[in-house]
Every structure is written in structure tokens, then in C-alpha cells.
Design a protein around this ligand. Structure first.
Ligand code: UDP
Length: 472
């Protein structure tokens, strides 16, 4: 009898921790699903995003283009190479899973004659928004932030046009066109594998299922939450690191649920003014805090997404108000390195998370049962914040200041919001919601859990497709 070949799944992740980490977790679960016999997985990503020195594609773009344009351009230009690589794969390719932000890569699956899926590193509401863009584009002419009515998508919370995804806020940005095209490319997908779960987005999932049953969209499989397990202390390279464990030791000395953890993900940065207001607000709140501080956005662009340590050899702490680091005396800790976020969130001393609402950070907060203060910055984070505050109830939201202060959240508002989250009634309600969601997340992958079932459903389809190909 011929030896049965394992089904080879190739996954393509966009760069950035928020993409590579959950795609790696999907790959791990695919292989674990068949005890390592039924599936093999290969994870690919792009290495040439960091600087134009290493990428002729990046070098060809004007320095002012947006992050989204850079990503879309590099991905699109890499596709012919990806195709060549996959055609030469000695183990063949049975299934191709592309990152949601690389839908054009699905064309490669079509050429290989294998099923292609999109892995959605964010939630279903944000995906619904992206899918709705072509229609919005066709039916409106103004910038989305000037839309007179909120956008009401099936099963979703109404969204102000200004809360829609970042690259869509400027029709003249080349990324706008690329995002609008996304809605057309999605049709090549056999399905969306979404890092969300029923207890988080029940209504949206129901509405999406109704639409996909009618053939409007490919089906969505909610297989999340994929969150790194809280194991040990490690840095971005997976190495144990002394500076990281010292921050956990700092937490060891604090009372239960008394510390606010502040972090804006792998790429989020604040303006110098906003950094100062946040610092003064944290201090004025009198609450304990641990803040992962990055260089301000207006001082060093390399502080964001594309890596870099600041470039001028100084520390981001130098941009904080005079005396800020010394004054809190044990009440506050500022970190400048990559923080062991999962371990921090799971520490008993952490009582709240001031977050940019990146989806991985959100899921990590949920898995740890920690309520949030929503501070969205870019990408789909405003969509996430609206959902978390207005529907899910996991997050509170500080008010942006009055007109004329460039959208900066003033220190008074920071202090009120932080105190409310850690010590107030609304904070307690959000904490109770976090506890419920934590349970829902654990059950999602339980024996009969909805995410486990959705995952098994896809695995079954993949095996079937692979056998059908082998037989033909
Ligand atoms: N992260 C971390 N330490 C840091 C900053 C970020 O471990 O100092 C991790 C965080 O735990 C999460 C990911 O980086 O898993 C960030 O992903 P998210 O989707 O929240 O935001 P993005 O970075 O994509 O904006």
C-alpha cells in the first residue's frame, strides 16, 4: 500500500508580531490536529520590509507613503516569487492560507489549483467593514469621516465614518484603492479563518453566516482565540531576558489587581504632547502603572512598525516630562524594551490594560480576564474600540479633549479614566465582563467548543480536497 502523504498547508503571514504570532499559532494547531501525521505546515513571511536598503521595492517608493501602501506594494511584488517557490515545493501544496492583508496572494492558490483561504488576524466586525468598502466606495463621494450617517453593517455596532480603517480615511492615498480592491479579491477565498470566538462576536457571526449561506461572502470560520500561552519570560526573539523578568518581580510586590499595564502594541506611538499628557494623567490618578514607552511619533518615525531603536542612541524616557520617572517612587515603572506582555497580563497584580486595541492585545487581555481602557491609534483599532466599548463591554474609553487640542486626551481625563477602570464601578463591570469572556474563550476550544468545531470543520474540508486531488 502506498504511504499516505500528509496534507501540506502553506501559510503566508504579513510582517509584524500581530500577524506572525497568530499565523504561527494556526500552523501549530494544524499540525497538532492530526498528531503530526495528517498535516504538515510551512509558514512564510516577508523579510524585506524593514528598510529600503534591503528592498529595491521599498527604495522605489517615495519616503512619504503610508505604512499600508508599503505593505501592499511589497506583498504584491513578491507574488511571482512566491508562485515560483510553491510550484517547486517538493512536498506539493494542498492548501494555501494567505494573510487577510495579502488577498492578492490568493491568485497563487488559483494558479496552483488548490483551495485558498484568508486568515483574519482581526475580528469579524473589522473584516465585515473591509468587505463593505467597495460598496461604500461606489455609493459615496466624500471622505468617509464626513459621511452624514453611521455605517450599519449586518450584526455589527453602527460605526461613524471616522472610525473606519485608517487607509480608508483619505481617498487620494494609494492604499485606499488597494483596500477597496480587497473587497473584490476576497471572492477568490474558499473561506475566512478568523481569530475570534462566539462569546465575543455572536451576533456578527450569525449575521455573517446568513450572508455567506446566501452566497454573498465566502464562509467565516471563527477558530480563536489564538493567544500565546503564558509560559515563561521571553523577549521578541524568544530568548529569556533579565530586564523582562525584573518587571515581573516588580509586579510581585504589588497588591492584586492594582496595576494598570500600558502598551500600544508593536508599532503604536504617541505624539510628544500626548505622551506628556498621558504621563501627567497617570501620575495624577494616584494608581500604580507599568508603561511600555516608545519614542514619540513626531520625533522618530522609525519607532513605529518598521523597527528601529530611535536612531539617535537616546532613550524614549528622555521625552517624558521632567522628573516623571523619579517622582512616582515605586508606584510606576516605565519599560523601553519589548515587554513580556502575556506574562504581565496574567500577573495577579494587573488590574487593567490601557491598550491601542490591537486585536492580539485584546485577545490576550481576554484570555487573562483583564478589562481595558481603549486608546485606538491606527489600522482597524477604532473599529475594535467601538466594538469593545459599545457592544462587548470589556473596555472603557477616555474622552478625547475638546476641539482645538489636536485630538489629545488631556491629563485630567486620563486620570479620571484610569481611576474608574482600576477602582470605579464601571471598571468593576468591565472586569466582570472580562471574567465572562475569559471563560467563553476557554470554552471555545473545550471538547464541544464552537471554535474547536469550526477548526475541525476546515481540517475535514482540507483533507477531503487533498484526497480528491490525489485521486484525480
Ligand atoms: N507585544 C509584546 N511586547 C511588547 C509589545 C507588543 O509582547 O512590548 C506583543 C503583544 O503581546 C501582541 C503583539 O505584540 O501579541 C501586538 O499585536 P497587536 O495585534 O496587539 O498589535 P499590533 O502590534 O499589530 O499593532
Amino acid at each position: 500500500t502506498p504511504v499516505k502523504r500528509a496534507t501540506h498547508v502553506v501559510l503566508l503571514a504579513n510582517p509584524g508580531a500581530g500577524h506572525i504570532l497568530p499565523v504561527a499559532e494556526l500552523a501549530r494547531r494544524i499540525v497538532a490536529h492530526g498528531d503530526g501525521h495528517e498535516f504538515t505546515a510551512t509558514l512564510g513571511t516577508f523579510t524585506n520590509f524593514s528598510s529600503s536598503e534591503h528592498s529595491s521595492t521599498l527604495a522605489s517608493l517615495p519616503p512619504s507613503v503610508s505604512t499600508a501602501t508599503r505593505i501592499f506594494t511589497v506583498v504584491n511584488r513578491a507574488l511571482p516569487h512566491l508562485r515560483d517557490l510553491l510550484l517547486r515545493s517538493p512536498s506539493g501544496v494542498a492548501v494555501f492560507v494567505a494573510d487577510l492583508l495579502s488577498p492578492a496572494a490568493l491568485q497563487v492558490a488559483v494558479e496552483l489549483g488548490v483551495p485558498g483561504y484568508l486568515f483574519c488576524t482581526t475580528n469579524l466586525m473589522a473584516l465585515s467593514c473591509m468587505l463593505h468598502v467597495p460598496e461604500l466606495d461606489r455609493t459615496t463621494t466624500c471622505e468617509f469621516r464626513d459621511l452624514p450617517e453611521p455605517v450599519q453593517l449586518p450584526g455589527c455596532v453602527p460605526l461613524r465614518g471616522a472610525d473606519l480603517l485608517d487607509p480608508l480615511q483619505d481617498r487620494s492615498d494609494p492604499a485606499y484603492r488597494l483596500m477597496a480592491e480587497f473587497g473584490n479579491n476576497h471572492r477568490l477565498a474558499h473561506g475566512f479563518i478568523v481569530n475570534t470566538f462566539d462569546a465575543m462576536e455572536h451576533q456578527t457571526l450569525e449575521a455573517f453566516k446568513y450572508l455567506s449561506d446566501k452566497g454573498v461572502y465566502p464562509p467565516a470560520f471563527a477558530v480563536g482565540p489564538f493567544v500565546r500561552p503564558c509560559t515563561g519570560v521571553e523577549n521578541a526573539n524568544g530568548e529569556a531576558a533579565e530586564h523582562n523578568s525584573s518587571c515581573l518581580r516588580w509586579l510581585d510586590e504589588k497588591p492584586d489587581r492594582s496595576v494598570l499595564y500600558v502598551c500600544f502594541g508593536s508599532g503604536g506611538t504617541l505624539s510628544t504632547d500626548q505622551m506628556a499628557e498621558l504621563a501627567m494623567g497617570l501620575e495624577a490618578s494616584g494608581q500604580r502603572f507599568m508603561w511600555v514607552v516608545r519614542f514619540p511619533s513626531d520625533k522618530d518615525r522609525s519607532a513605529c512598525y518598521f523597527g528601529g531603536s530611535g536612531g539617535h542612541g537616546d532613550s524614549p524616557l528622555g521625552y517624558l516630562p521632567e522628573g516623571f520617572i523619579e517622582r512616582p517612587r515605586g508606584r510606576g515603572l516605565a519599560l523601553t524594551e519589548w515587554a513580556p506582555q502575556v506574562e504581565i497580563l496574567n500577573h495577579r497584580a494587573v488590574g487593567g490594560f490601557l491598550s491601542h486595541c490591537g486585536w492580539n492585545s485584546t485577545l490576550e487581555a481576554v484570555a487573562a480576564g483583564v478589562p481595558m481602557l481603549a486608546w485606538p491609534l491606527y489600522a482597524e483599532q477604532r473599529v475594535n474600540a467601538v466594538m469593545l466599548c459599545e457592544r462587548v463591554g470589556l473596555a472603557l474609553r477616555p474622552r478625547v479633549g475638546t476641539e482645538g487640542n489636536n485630538g489629545v486626551v488631556p491629563r485630567e481625563e486620563v486620570a479620571v479614566a484610569v481611576t474608574e477602570l482600576i477602582a470605579g464601578e464601571r471598571g468593576a463591570a468591565a472586569r466582570e465582563k472580562a471574567r465572562q469572556l475569559r471563560q467563553g474563550a476557554a470554552e471555545a476550544w473545550g471538547p464541544d467548543g464552537p471554535s474547536r468545531k469550526a477548526f475541525e470543520d476546515i481540517a475535514g474540508k482540507w483533507k477531503k480536497a487533498a484526497s480528491a486531488r490525489a485521486a484525480s
